[in-house]
Design a protein around this ligand. Sequence first.
Ligand code: ADP
Length: 855
Amino acid sequence: MLTTFAMHQEKAQAFECLITLGHDGVVLDWGNDAQRVFGWTDQEAIGRRLGELLVPASTFAVFERAPDRLDRIVDIRGQHRDGRSLALQCCTWYLGDAARQGFRVSVRDVSQQVLADEILRRSEKHHRAVVEHLGEGMVVIQDDRIVFANRQASEILRVPARELLGMRSVDLLHPQDRDAVAQRLAVRQSGAPLSSHTEIRRLDRDLGLRWLATHSTNASWEDRPATMSFFSDITQRKTLDEALHRSEERYRAVVEHVDDGMVVVKDQRFVFANRRAAEIAQMSVEDMLREGYLHRVHPDDRPIVDARRQLRLAGKPVPNRYEIRLLLPDTTVRWVDIGVTIVPWDGELATLTFFSDVTSRKALEVELKNTLQERETILQSSIVGIAFLTPEGRFKWANDAMLQIFGANRDNHRLVTIESIYESREQYLQVGGQVVESIRNGQAFATELRMRRLDGTPIWASLSGKAVNQFDLSQGTVWVVMDISRRKELESALVKTSSEREAILNTALVGIVLTVGRQHEWVNDKFAEMLGYSREELIGQSTSMVHPDRDVWQRMGTEQQQALLSYGSFTHERQLQRRNGEIFWVQMAGRCVRERDPDSGVIWTFIDITQRRQGEEETRAALIRQRELNELRSRFVSMTSHEFRTPLAGILSSAELLRHYDARLSVSEKSQIIETIEAGVQRMTNMLERVLLIGRAEARMVEFKPTPMALLAQCRSLMVSVLAQHPDSPCTLVEDFPPHECQGVFDAQLLGQIFGNLLGNAIKYSPQGGAVCFRVRQEDTAVVFDVQDHGIGIPLDDLPHLFDAFHRASNVGAIHGTGLGLAIVKSAVELHGGSISVHRVEGGGSRFTVRIPQA
Ligand code: ADP
């Protein structure tokens, strides 16, 4: 519009002309410009009055009569030669300084400008109407304030028009959006590029939050820069948008998180696939959308999937759910269960398929089927009858063996209810009652019954039944039935013969036992009598109950098992234990019931051999004693032959000296000879005393009279008397006693024998001298004595026999002795309830330790 207007103005400039008139108003000069403006040529115009040329007459008249308009621009209306009306602006002035010299008229054709003005005027009116009736609000902002607002703006903003004008524009907005808008305004005004559209919030006093969509541009307002903003209320759309967004988000979340794969197929392609679908197909969602929809479907299943889709889209009935296979890149086959429906998609029909991976379920199904088949085969081919019954006692299923037992056959089996195989209705009801009771208590029911076949013949059956599911009795019962007629027959035959045999076996004089798996299956009266139990107590019990030592029983088990397997029989002698704990000897002999098969049972006979064993024991003991006596005698003989002969020889030679040389012998020589005789006699007396003492000790005739005593004092006096007996000994006696007196109860005489002998030996067997240490110490429950020397010591071989009577070690050499001292010591220690031990001392010598308990 503005462009058109400017153009007219330019044209108007072009149509400006100067005309010279005479004082009478006749045209004197008419230039080309005048011809262009008015259409008249200069020949036509010159000589004529200007008023005539610029008809209409009204204008002419005005023009003619208006000399007062000189020097002023006057708007007049004129006419072109062709009759067109012209809008003119004229300015008239004198050529000289008065009218008589003529006039100069400047005429400007402003028709175009007027026209443009008119257009503008009309268009502004039109614009104002547009602006006012615009669906949008519009404001003009200048210097941050509203300088114009249309009616809609006031309505949308809910602010009266008069209040709007002059308001700061940002005050209209939500506080949180103010900074951003102010920034945008500044950017826009600086002329920097900025998107014209934006969405901003407004906080109404009464309506709360509202959204406005605005569109702003720079404009000029009263020749100064301003911002023109158009806006509309989009609160409703926003709310809807948000709701939609939320529901879309929810929908997406559901679709993405659903455990089923979801795909939409349109035109043989996936147009949608969720994450799970991609997971199951082992492809990315993008790849799925690119590939054809049958890409992962197993080639064998593709035709059926495709055919069903076609039919479904054609509106034909097709199953909505079925299972197909996928073929994965690693060649594994995956079973999916799919559910298909038709959905509109972008205005066309598409199929929406849900699918889930059922590979493991399929595998389980196959496994279950196989197991069931296997079980059925096992049940079917079992030789015992197996049947499932309904809670009402009707047959649900029975295997061949079951039909055979009761004489039914599969094609025409009359085995409908269990009642038909009972002997009578009474029996059926009675047994039924028991069955119900056991099953209700969660127990299996088992019995042996006389029943009948379908043909009426009697049969013995072993029945055992239990609930298929203890907690749901409506699932019925399962029964195992065996025909035991033959066994029953044999049993009754056996009962007769067995009772006869049992009578025989029971009267047998030997114990007879049948064991199976080391348990008494059967024992006879004699065996029970031997052990002091009743037969009932023994039967059914482990054979270990009559054996005194479990470890021995266990070892014997292995031994006898091997013998029974290799030879079929086993005999040995062993001890058994009676009920009263008494141990006695038996000879037991076993033989397998079936040749070399101990598992079939072993028949044992037991003979009490206690007396024989006792006799044997006694004989053995007597023999040992005899041997010992023999040894003792030879040791006695060798001792006496040496120990008696030496003093006797001395006595004899002394007596001969006295007899033959009596007169020649001096008094001192005689008394020396008599001393030798006395010493010999003394030595033999000592020896005899010892022999007597050991004899009394062995015959347990030594008296034991313990009395409380001051022990250390007693020991010290013993040491003194021992030293006195060995006046020439190079040994020193050293005591190692506790600081305080030890109180104890001892037999003083026996104590004298014990330590007299031990200390005496220590000195006697230390010919080279050295210290003999006598140590006494008090322990909690005993007094311990040590006698240690550094003498000749004791050879290792002699140690075990050192305390035997008449035993002397091999290293005694010329040191005389009887070998009785230590035997006496030992018996004296034992009378005190104590013990004695001997040790070799490192570097030569011996140590005897006596321990005597104190209460
Ligand atoms: P004897 O009269 O021979 O000494 P004993 O019964 O006292 O008889 O001792 C038996 C044997 O024990 C002795 O002959 C000797 O060989 C050995 N014996 C005993 N005490 C000692 C000892 N202190 N040192 C070495 N040998 C000893």
